[in-house]
Design a protein around this ligand. Structure first.
Ligand code: GAR
Length: 192
């Protein structure tokens, strides 16, 4: 992973699909003095994504793409290059990026996942955690590799599961920790 050169912040794109609470949190973090990154682009696969509001609020460029079209990744790569993006943070982004796309950003795409990977890859994580009567779950920030939720782990945080927890309660508890963990992971990557 690139190191921070001089005082320039690393230009970062955040990919979202939904609410964007992690995006909002990363924008807030990026504005702090200690942040090695700036958020310069927001990409979504979904025009209904609530998180897109933050593009307007914080005056960040945004673009929505229909990922069903093959040409899309090529177009995104062009945009990222044109905007000198050097880091991609996936934040609740629900599409799978191709091997070719990932190789164009080798070691520069990270993701946050709401489980203690390698446990509970994929979707419906909290439902499966409850079904298996887990006492702990958590969240993970990891590098993105072509195989889903399988790249090298950067940092994790454990969250206790109580007997009466519903998937919604767990999601809320985990998300709260995600908001602390994503900035921590970025600081760790850039040796801060
Ligand atoms: C987060 O819990 C994130 O970990 C999860 O979606 C939520 C997005 O919330 N991501 C995945 O499940 C990726 N496979 P947000 O839109 O409020 O940041």
């Amino acid at each position: 992973m690139a190191t921070l050169v001089g005082y320039k912040k690393i230009k970062t794109a955040v990919f979202i699909s939904g609410t964007g609470s992690n995006l909002r949190n990363l924008i807030k973090f990026s504005k702090s003095k200690k942040s090695p990154i700036s958020i310069n682009y927001i990409i979504s696969n979904n025009h209904k994504s609530k998180g897109l509001q933050y593009a307007q609020i914080f005056k960040i460029k945004k673009k929505i793409f229909n990922f069903k079209k093959r040409i899309v990744e090529k177009q995104i790569l062009q945009i990222l290059k044109r905007n000198e993006i050097n880091l991609i943070c996936l934040a609740g982004f629900m599409k799978i990026l191709s091997k070719n796309f990932i190789s164009n950003f080798e070691g520069k795409i990270i993701n946050i996942h709401p489980s203690l990977l390698p446990k509970y890859k994929g979707l419906k994580v909290h439902e499966r955690v409850i079904k298996n009567k887990e006492k702990f779950t958590g969240c993970t920030v990891h590098y993105v590799a072509p195989k889903l939720d399988s790249g090298k782990i950067i940092i994790q945080k454990k969250v206790r599961v109580s007997k009466r927890d519903t998937p919604q309660i767990i999601a809320k508890k985990v998300l709260k920790q995600e908001h602390k963990l994503y900035p921590k992971a970025i600081l760790k990557i850039f040796n801060h």
